[in-house]
Design a protein around this ligand. Structure first.
Ligand code: ADP
Ligand code: MG
Length: 292
């Protein structure tokens, strides 16, 4: 690639909010055949809202929410924000949490009012030696609607479920269609539950879904695809996504996401929409075609 044509492409990209780090990133991106996208904040708005609190018999809805929200005040996860905001909107007073601990890809733990409280996914309750049991059907009904369900654990028992919804971005469906037309195989990788991921993936026509994925697994999935000879780009926004962005042939960070993600990326989408990837691909193709 000539320096001039690369400069033209990166300049055009920048005007459209697609920041291409260097010539290498552009050249590599033209060869990419597989695109891995994170769900939360990439396909979806990343602004989840609390939609329901489902207490177990003998537990009070407001109390379950109070315990959950008190703990989540210590977390920066979008799900935590949804729960805290949900509590505020419902005028539920929160308390200080002690011994707060975030368990990556699983949830949060701590002590509220002298009670051991934990909140998170199935992996989280399993870590505590618990099982979902007959709550599974209740949880699955919400997941089939594309909602994320979290278990609230109080002193070693499941006190209830919290359901959160994160709508798909308005620009996502058309972007997925364009990405397919540009020849990408699109894979969703998410820490979220498989049913939730499938409900959203099916609506969007995503080719493959990897759910219940821990952050370190994302980099491993990319390595496996690369070992099969695939050229992989990964789009993500989270602090957790940095290792995967670095492992990918081209890392694509959402400009709305964490700084570490942006540092690990070859391409940054200022607006954080997937249609930036469509534009980047068209620029890469046009540039490389001119050169050959
Ligand atoms: P992703 O961004 O791909 O959805 P994360 O690794 O950020 O994945 O989170 C994976 C899962 O871990 C979430 O879907 C949720 O079930 C659980 N989780 C993570 N952080 C929290 C939190 N602060 N509160 C509750 N659950 C959490
Ligand atoms: Mg994330």
């Amino acid at each position: 690639a000539t320096p001039m044509s690369i400069m033209t492409a990166t300049g055009r990209g920048a005007q459209a909010g697609v920041l291409i780090k260097n010539a290498e990133a552009l050249e590599r991106f033209e060869k990419v055949d597989t695109l891995i996208v994170d769900k939360t904040g990439t396909l979806t708005m990343g602004k989840p809202r609390l939609v329901d609190v489902l207490p177990q018999p003998g537990h009070d809805e407001a109390e379950v929410l109070r315990l959950a929200a008190s703990l989540e005040r210590g977390s920066e996860h979008p799900l935590a924000e949804a729960i805290v905001r949900g509590a505020e909107e419902r005028d539920v007073k929160m308390d200080e949490a002690r011994d707060f601990e975030a368990v990556t890809g699983k949830g949060v733990k701590g002590v509220v009012d002298g009670k051991a409280v934990a909140l998170g996914n199935l992996a989280m309750i399993r870590e505590l030696g618990l099982e979902a049991g007959d709550l599974t059907a209740k949880a699955n009904a919400r997941r089939d609607e594309g909602e994320t369900v979290m278990f609230v654990v109080l002193d070693g028992d499941i006190a209830g479920l919290v359901a959160v919804a994160d709508p798909v971005k308005e620009t996502t469906p058309a972007a997925i269609k364009d990405l397919h037309e540009l020849g990408f195989r699109v894979i969703m990788a998410t820490g979220d539950n498989e049913r939730t991921a499938k409900a959203i993936g099916a609506r969007l026509g995503i080719d493959e879904i990897r759910a219940d994925v821990l952050p370190e697994d994302k980099a491993r999935i990319i390595k496996e695809l690369q070992a099969e000879g695939r050229k992989v780009a990964m789009a993500g926004d989270g602090v957790n996504d940095a290792p995967a962005l670095a492992q990918a042939d081209v890392g694509i960070a959402m400009g709305t996401g964490a700084d570490v993600a942006i540092e690990s990326a070859g391409i940054t989408l200022v607006k954080g929409n997937l249609d930036g990837i469509v534009r980047a691909r068209r620029l890469a193709r046009a540039t490389m075609r001119n050169i050959r």
